[in-house]
Structures are given as C-alpha cells and as structure tokens.
Design a protein around this ligand. Structure first.
Ligand SMILES: CC(C)(COP(=O)(O)OP(=O)(O)OC[C@H]1O[C@@H](n2cnc3c(N)ncnc32)[C@H](O)[C@@H]1OP(=O)(O)O)[C@@H](O)C(=O)NCCC(=O)NCCS
Length: 327
C-alpha cells in the first residue's frame, strides 16, 4: 500500500498581540478568570487589512521551504477554514493565486476545529488513490477575530488568528517506517446547536449583524470535547494495536488547558508528552494543530522516528485523530 508522509511543516501568526489585560479594557473580565478557566494568556489578531488567505499563504510558503520543494511541485491545495475570505471562491483558490501556481485543483473543507484532521485525511486519500498526485498542501487557516462577538465575554476571550500548513508526499524511501499510520474522523450532527455561527448560511434570520458571530453553550461543549477526544484517542490506539506508552508526543486541539488536562488525566498521558501552546495562541480552530505541530518541531519536542498523536474536536460536533510516525 502507498504510504504518505508529512514532508514539511510551516506556520504563521499575525504580529498583533491581544493580551488578557487588553481584554480587561474591552469586556467585564479579568486575567485571573481567563487564565484559570482556559489557560490562555494572549492571542494573535489580524489587522483589518489581513485576511485568511494571507495567513494561509504565508504558512504554506514556510511549509514548502521546510519540505524543500517548489510550489510548482504541488498537485492539490486543501484549506480547512470556517473564516473564508469570501463565500466563494474558495480560500484554497485564492491561496493558489497568491502562491503563484495555476491549474491544480483547490478546495476548502469545513469541519471547524477538526478541519485540519479532516483535510489531512482527504489529502492522504488523494495521494493513495491518484497516482498522478505526488505532493499536496494541507492548510488550516483562520481569522477567528472576524466572527467573534467582541461584546460577548464568554466567547471573545477564547479565540485567536493564525495558520499552519503541511506538505503531504508519498513516501518513496522503502526502508523508512515514516508515514501517517492512520486517521480517524467522526461527527454527531445532533450536537450542532452547541456551537455555531449562522453567518451567511440560509437559516440566518432576523437578528441582523450579530448573526455573524460565534454562539456557544460553553459547559456542554466542554464536556463533549473531553468525551469525544478521549474516545477518538482510545479508538485509534486500539485499532492499531498500540497503547499510549508507544506515543512520544500528543498534540491536542488547543482550545482550553482544562480540557487538555482532563483528557491527559483520563487516558493517563504523562504531562511531558503533551504539547500545548494555547497560552499564546488561544483557539485558532482549524489552524491550531498545524501551528502547534510546527512549534513542537521547532522546540525539539518531536524527533525522527517518534510516534505522534494528534486529536481534535470542533463544532458539528466533529472530531478526529491521527497517528503519525515522524520521518
Ligand atoms: C467558556 C468556558 C471557559 C466557561 O467556563 P465555565 O467554568 O464553564 O464558566 P460558565 O460558563 O459556567 O460561567 C461561569 C461564570 O463566569 C462568567 N463568565 C463567563 N465568561 C467570563 C469572562 N470572560 N470573564 C469573567 N467571567 C465570565 C459567566 O457569566 C458566569 O457567571 P455567573 O455564574 O454569574 O452566571 C468553558 O465553558 C469552556 O472552555 N468551554 C469550552 C469552550 C471551547 O473550548 N470551545 C471550542 C471548542 S472547539
């Protein structure tokens, strides 16, 4: 069977830092409340002139450089996002234009905070099933600040902007074990009302401008996130006859430190195996895992041959997990 590797990783976050102290001046909140409930200390926010495709193309350029290949060698661009530049064309097409390549197929994927894992699965399947394709760009990019209600203290403290990207390639080294071993994705549409943004959807009615914003039942989302991410981790380990002891580094979706701690307690993952950067990124939705992956690599938390486990949960509800043997 064809094997697929992550050949390069890159990320980009905007320069502007929005600290908890800044938020204290915007809504009735405190640094102490935000840190104790979420672990978040600051997040990056786009300028008005920056859009999701700007973040995504910068992250993609870094991933291409890291993979040491030219954009001309890319056969498909997939972008996971819920904050597209426009309703159409897709942000993937806009990024293709910004990167300067033409003709290759491009499309967006919406699985909210699980979007990167879904896109990884789609990209991997393209490489396995289409021998014409050799390299695929998978990007998670979000300008969450554009859909956050800056008057709603229960949600505006949680999110940030940014992008992460990977280059997926066929593994041509037959002696190497490096590959994406497995990807699991799932959804439960009965939970769709727990976290949503009507935006330009056709169900939007009556509430005017505020329909553009994120609405969330925080406590229920909190419980579901723990339940579904624990189940995803257990399922993917079980079906690969592996245990958590075999995993060198776990990169969970960066939503909330209390969610991550609850997962690590339930599954008995030692703290030192869990990578987290939400302290300075906040929740960047589909961008969160590839940004964290890039930071983990830069910080020396991932070594050649390591088994990596990523796991995500998002609105939908959606979830996903993947086991990756690092190259
Ligand atoms: C949002 C979240 C941090 C709130 O924490 P919580 O412990 O559940 O807090 P509650 O919503 O029960 O609110 C407790 C109190 O804090 C208040 N509060 C909410 N946001 C606040 C803020 N930013 N600052 C100060 N107080 C705040 C509430 O109004 C409430 O006050 P009340 O008791 O007087 O009514 C938590 O529910 C959470 O993290 N949920 C998951 C969110 C998430 O990760 N979403 C994305 C998933 S991909």
């Amino acid at each position: 069977m064809e094997r697929v590797i992550i050949r390069g990783v890159g990320s980009y976050v905007p320069d502007c830092v929005l600290s908890n102290a800044d938020l204290e001046g915007m809504v009735d909140t405190s640094n102490e409340w935000i840190v104790s409930r979420t672990g978040i200390e600051s997040r990056r926010i786009c300028l008005d002139t920056e859009v999701t495709s700007d973040l995504g193309s910068r992250a993609a350029e870094k991933a291409l450089e890291n993979a040491n290949i030219s954009v001309c060698d890319i056969d498909l661009i997939l972008v996971a996002t819920v904050t597209p530049d426009m309703q159409f064309p897709s942000t993937a097409c806009i990024i293709q234009g910004k990167l300067g390549c033409t003709d290759i197929p491009c499309f967006d994927i919406n699985a909210v905070c699980s979007g990167f894992v879904y896109a990884l699965d789609v990209g991997r399947n393209f490489l396995i099933n289409n021998s014409m394709m050799k390299n695929i760009l998978v990007i998670g990019a979000e300008k969450m600040s554009s859909i956050v209600d800056w008057e709603d203290r229960s949600t505006c403290v949680l999110f940030g902007d940014g992008a992460g990207a990977v280059v997926l390639s066929r593994n041509t080294d037959t002696n190497s074990e490096a590959s994406i071993l497995d990807i699991l994705v799932g959804a439960d549409g009965h939970l769709s009302q727990l976290l949503y943004c009507q935006g330009f959807g056709v169900t939007a009615s009556g509430e005017g401008e505020r329909e553009r914003f994120i609405r969330m039942e925080g406590r229920e989302v909190f419980k579901e996130a723990i339940k579904r991410m624990c189940a995803a981790v257990e399922d993917i380990l079980l079906r690969n006859s592996l245990t958590i002891e075999d995993v060198a580094c776990v990169i969970p979706h960066q939503a909330n430190m209390r969610i991550i701690s609850a997962i690590s307690e339930r599954i008995k993952i030692p703290q030192e195996k869990i990578f987290s950067n939400l302290q300075h990124t906040g929740n960047t939705s589909a961008a969160s895992i590839p940004i964290a992956m890039d930071e983990a690599l830069q910080g020396g938390h991932i070594q050649s041959g390591d088994l990596i486990l990523i796991v995500a949960f998002g609105a939908g509800a959606t979830w996903g997990a993947s086991l990756i043997r690092w190259k």
